[in-house]
Design a protein around this ligand. Structure first.
Ligand code: AHM
Ligand code: MG
Length: 355
């Protein structure tokens, strides 16, 4: 005779790999509320998940679909060549949010000025900042890329359409995260209550909770930096690199996509460094939609993010596309890089006082 208790146990054990916590349920659980704010955040994350699924779908078939790979022939506001996938992903986020009634504008790496939700669409009170395809040099060779996002509440007036009210520090972010398009598609987010990772189950079409309350180790073996820029850097960064070369226990990893390198460090510890160079003293990475969202996550995971001299979260940008040097990762490893910068600064101060 069938044993219902046994059947139940069997179902529990084999039918579900996990307890299938979806992203929207997780957001609501974290906020312990069904208030308007909580519903909004849950809906915002749902829209981001939708955009992520659309981008993932296109990436998964990119070698087979016409016009998915390669360059458009245009350069963006940063002077960088635009890839077709950049344009596609940028538009996907706009389409996912345009009719949502959640945001009033979207600002991205690919647009000189924010995109304002047209008046014939419902207008919300949040702004989405995003890098639609981070690490786009990886797209054409089928390596991992990502999307980075942050959500800010509209605080001031933006009457002249310059979005000057967005020029505030990272503490104004109410949520941030990234999507990693790798062997699986993962969405990692924080709404200021820890960092949580979700894996896209393609058979369900849902992001399912895969790691909760991720904590970055205080120290890790990885240093992630483009050493091709060695002679472009300040002496202090060269000092740091010489240090890790001469000491045991360090290993280099650099994928060309910040999201992938960050993801490794978030889970295994270490440090990602993109310093200023002679040509670009502020480095390459943009504050509002790359460094600040990842700094928010890293701090939530118990790590740190710094320009080398200041916490990334405290930096106030002077433009939407402001860049900052970035040192991000485990507490001890960020502190080590900073110590080399401080040492050189001290030496320069002494030289100035006693030439
Ligand atoms: P992108 O968003 O235009 O792709 O640029 C950002 C990327 C990061 O993902 C990556 O860490 C960095 O640029 C790599 O730059 P480089 O080739 O100078 O090392
Ligand atoms: Mg980027």
């Amino acid at each position: 005779m069938a044993d219902p208790a046994h059947d139940l146990e069997f179902t529990h054990k084999y039918a579900l790999d996990r307890d299938c916590t979806t992203l929207s349920r997780h957001v609501l659980q974290q906020l312990h509320s069904f208030s308007t704010d909580a519903q909004d955040l849950s809906a915002l994350m749902n829209r981001i998940a939708l955009a992520a699924k659309l981008v993932a779908r296109r990436l998964n078939r990119s070698g087979l679909v016409e016009d998915a790979l390669g360059f458009t022939g245009r350069t963006n506001v940063q002077g960088e060549e635009v890839k077709r996938m950049d344009v596609y992903a940028n538009q996907v986020f706009i389409s996912a949010f345009e009719q949502s009634g959640l945001v009033c504008r979207l600002a991205s790496e690919e647009m000189e000025n924010p995109y304002y939700i047209p008046e014939n669409c419902p207008i919300g009170r949040y702004t989405l900042l995003y890098d639609p395809i981070d690490g786009s040099s990886n797209v054409d060779i089928n390596l991992n890329v990502g999307s980075i996002f942050a959500i800010r509440r509209q605080e001031g007036e933006d009457l002249d359409g310059t979005a000057a009210d967005l020029l505030q520090n990272g503490h104004q972010q109410i949520a941030a995260g990234y999507v990693l398009y790798g062997p699986t598609t993962m969405l990692v987010y924080s709404i200021g209550q820890g960092v949580h990772a979700f894996t896209l189950d393609p058979s369900l079409g849902e992001f399912i909770l895969s790691s909760e309350n991720i904590q970055v180790p205080a120290h890790g073996p990885v240093y992630s930096v483009n050493e091709g820029n060695f002679w472009q850097w300040d002496d202090s960064i060269r000092d740091y690199i010489r240090y890790v070369h001469r000491h045991e226990g360090y290993t280099a990893r650099y994928s060309g996509a910040l999201v992938g390198d960050f993801h490794r460090i978030l889970f295994q510890g270490g440090v990602f460094v993109y310093p200023g160079t002679v040509k670009n003293p502020e480095g390459k990475l943009r504050l509002l939609y790359e460094s600040a969202p990842l700094a928010f996550l890293m701090e939530q995971a118990g790590g740190r993010a710094s320009t080398g001299t200041q916490d990334i979260m405290d930096v106030i940008p002077d433009r939407i596309h402001t860049r900052t040097p970035l040192v991000i990762g485990s507490q001890d490893d960020v502190a080590l890089v900073e110590s080399f910068i401080q040492e050189r600064t001290r030496e320069q101060d002494v030289m100035l006082k006693h030439p």
